[in-house]
Design a protein around this ligand. Structure first.
Ligand code: FE
Length: 210
């Protein structure tokens, strides 16, 4: 079985937001996901899969509501770093973050580098092991811009900076996360290694010489 087949699936990219009531009222959690799809047209249904390691996962479990902001080709790498490369368990990603507005469901949606948002109410959850599948009714949605939605491939080719090899480390063999670019120094990479940035497993790492 060739796990690289999974890399042939196409994905969009989204900022997922939810209330973080554990940190007090009016605080929010957010992360990047690539798994938002329209599940049905009647009733209007959104499905998302969220890694259980994400703080936002627990926030949705607790509140049953979330917003999905659709990232466009105008999204900058800083937006991915802000929502994807740090954990809501450690930082409040909305403290001082002004590129958002509150939707009718009192949850923020992202106004920078996005082209639409959806407000959703969870009706069903399915435990998928590493992830939870949330099935939700779309309670509101708006178009924010006409810039095309980014795909994961567009992100890799045009938004994510190309890794630069540090001169002092030239010739060193490392494992690079094919999802986010994180470098694991050492060889071999442990089978149970989980990328600290994007939470993907060791099977998503490739051996490279830098
Ligand atoms: Fe990663």
């Amino acid at each position: 079985m060739d796990n690289k087949a999974l890399h042939k699936l196409s994905y969009g990219l989204f900022v997922l937001t939810a209330p973080d009531d554990g940190n007090g009222p009016g605080t929010y959690s957010g992360c990047i996901i690539n798994t938002a799809i329209q599940g049905a047209s009647d009733p209007l249904t959104m499905t998302i899969c969220v890694n259980k390691a994400n703080h936002t996962h627990d926030c949705i479990k607790a509140s049953s509501k979330f917003n999905v902001s659709v990232l466009s080709e105008a999204a900058d790498f800083g937006l991915f770093q802000h929502f994807g490369f740090q954990s809501g368990k450690d930082v409040d990603k909305f403290a001082g973050f002004s590129d958002c507005k509150l939707a009718g469901n009192q949850l923020p949606y992202i106004t920078r580098g996005t082209n639409a948002y959806f407000s959703c109410w969870v009706t069903e959850t399915v435990d998928l092991g590493s992830h939870t599948l949330f099935v939700a009714t779309i309670t509101d949605m708006e178009v924010l811009s006409d810039v095309p939605s980014t795909t994961y491939v567009y992100y890799l080719q045009n938004i994510k900076p190309k890794p630069e090899a540090p001169a002092a480390a030239a010739g060193k063999t490392v494992w690079r996360c094919t999802i986010c670019g994180y470098i694991y120094e050492g060889d071999p990479i442990p089978d149970d290694f989980i990328c600290p940035l994007c939470k993907h497993p060791a099977s998503d790492f490739e051996k490279v010489t830098i």
